[in-house]
Design a protein around this ligand. Structure first.
Ligand SMILES: Cc1ncc(COP(=O)(O)O)c(C=O)c1O
Length: 486
């Protein structure tokens, strides 16, 4: 078969897969930037955005970057305008006065509503989640509550050697905050078998076992940001907990991407952001999970030793029991559950934006349905990138030598994202060439591009469009590299 007929074949298959996709309707819930919008440097007004979004002749860009920043749901502006209308007409009353026909909760209840929507996405009871702060801040808050180093016994924190820098900084500075030296109290896991640092579960477990008696806390990512590897959260959690280690997960790349069952997996605590697969918007409010067993509050909070009634924490008034929050007494009595770890009254702007997107998750029918499509979508993309269709692949033999997929090919070990490791010296040109073709993915230095079809808004046809553009970008980058070497 010629390369042209292979492409024609896969295009036909992609069209059929999109036609038969039970979740195809959620794409229309999002603004997919058009090619001209993506290329433009001018601020668009809302009328033109709406018009262009409805214009079926306007070609859309190929946006495969939900792992970095999710696209904007159309209902976000509707909900934000409703929030603004409440503020404009009600002022401070918006905190507690229900407004007729408004789909929004009072601001006093906005955090509880957000917790209700996020709980099924992370597999938790409502009482176990709080929508609050941002990811790194939440990691610090969790460690401030649950990391209790004992210099002679358990003082170590285990994390991965190539953790996202913010997690690394958080751990390092927590250790120093406690007067400890990261050189002796920080243990980093590095794969002994994979040059891409893709772990086997056994490698992780063996590091935990080796440091079990001296480790207080384990912090790992549900999905590793660089390789896209999904870790076995349940097994690693159980292994570490059996050895007395408090287990925290960074779910930045896992939340809204893969189904999670944090309560059933017995996870101690977790934190996430909401701007990636959750489509809350840049820098939007994050979230935290605290297993019910770690957030109990006894009713006996004595004046002498108040902290004996609950886990001590860095507290603020929004974590105080709702019944006495506004009494303005200076005795902290935390709300039972994760909400008791809140500090400040949350940004309603943020929560409204996040909840608009969480409505779309509800419309889609939940994480299991999304995951079903996601596995097929990412599997299709992988096939297009690597499969030899008999007479070569979509990407020719020569270009195929210029990159490798480093994300595990087992769907159980990945989410939506595929990480493509490029040969030295190609990244800049490949990214520029993709952008020229209105294909949006992201890069992680030194040599990786991350490509993530999000099941809420991406299509099978877009996977084909990406691979065609990637093939051309690789060819150009290779030519440029050879020219520079000459
Ligand atoms: C894995 C991981 N951890 C932490 C962060 C930092 O998040 P934030 O800036 O919301 O604190 C990110 C951001 O992308 C991330 O991907």
């Amino acid at each position: 078969m010629s390369s042209a007929s292979i492409v024609a074949d896969v295009k036909q298959r992609a069209r059929e897969l999109d036609r038969d996709d039970p979740l195809a309707f959620t794409r229309n819930e999002f603004y997919i930037p058009t090619r001209s919008q993506i290329a433009s440097t001018r601020l668009a007004d809302s009328d033109s955005i709406a018009a262009e979004s409805e214009d079926t002749s306007a070609r859309k860009c190929v946006y495969l970057c939900g792992n970095s920043l999710g696209l904007q749901p159309k209902r976000t502006s509707t909900r934000l305008n409703q929030y603004l209308a409440t503020w404009a007409t009600q002022g401070v009353q918006g905190h507690f006065k229900p407004v007729e026909e408004s789909p929004l909760p009072t601001w006093l209840d906005a955090d509880a509503r957000a917790a209700q929507l996020i709980a099924p996405i992370v597999g938790a009871f409502e009482s176990e989640v709080a929508v609050m702060q941002t990811l790194t801040a939440n990691l610090h808050l969790l460690m401030s509550a649950f990391y209790h180093p004992d210099i002679n016994g358990r003082h170590k924190i285990i994390l991965e050697s190539k953790a996202f820098p913010s997690d690394h900084f958080a751990v390092e500075t927590q250790l120093r905050h406690h007067g400890l030296d990261p050189a002796t109290s920080m243990v980093t896991i590095e794969s002994q078998t994979s040059k891409d640092n893709v772990f086997t579960t056994e490698e992780i477990l063996s590091v935990i076992a080796a440091h079990a008696d001296t480790t207080a806390l384990l912090l790992l990512p549900g999905i590793q940001y660089y390789t896209g590897q999904l870790l076995d959260v349940a097994r690693i959690t159980s292994f570490a907990r059996e050895r007395g280690i408090f287990v925290v997960w960074d779910l930045a790349h896992a939340v809204g991407n893969v189904p999670l069952a944090l309560h059933d997996w017995d996870v101690d605590a977790a934190a996430w952001c909401s701007y990636k697969y959750l489509n809350g918007g840049p820098g939007c409010i994050g979230g935290m999970f605290v297993h019910d067993r770690n957030s109990a509050v006894t009713r006996l909070i004595s004046d002498e030793k108040p902290e004996e009634g609950y886990t001590n924490r860095l507290a603020g008034w929004w974590g105080n029991d709702k019944g006495s929050r506004f009494v303005m007494a200076n005795r902290f009595h935390p709300v039972q559950g994760a909400a008791g770890f809140q500090l400040s009254n949350p940004s309603i702007l943020d929560i409204t934006s996040l909840c608009a997107s969480l409505e779309v998750f509800e419309l889609a029918g939940g994480m299991a349905r999304l995951r079903d499509k996601s596995v097929r979508l990412t599997g299709f993309l992988e096939e297009l990138l690597v499969k030899d269709y008999g007479d070569g692949g979509i990407i020719g033999e020569e270009e195929r030598r210029l990159f490798r997929v480093i994300t595990p090919s087992d769907p159980d070990q990945r989410g939506a994202q595929l990480s493509l490791l490029l040969d030295e010296g190609l990244l800049e040109t490949v990214m520029r060439e993709l952008e020229r073709r209105a294909v949006i993915v992201d890069e992680r230095k030194p040599n990786v591009i991350r490509v993530a079809p999000a099941p809420l808004y991406n299509t099978f046809e877009e996977c084909v469009e990406f691979v065609e553009a990637f093939k051309e970008a690789l060819a150009t980058a290779w030519k440029m590299k050879c020219r520079t070497a000459d």
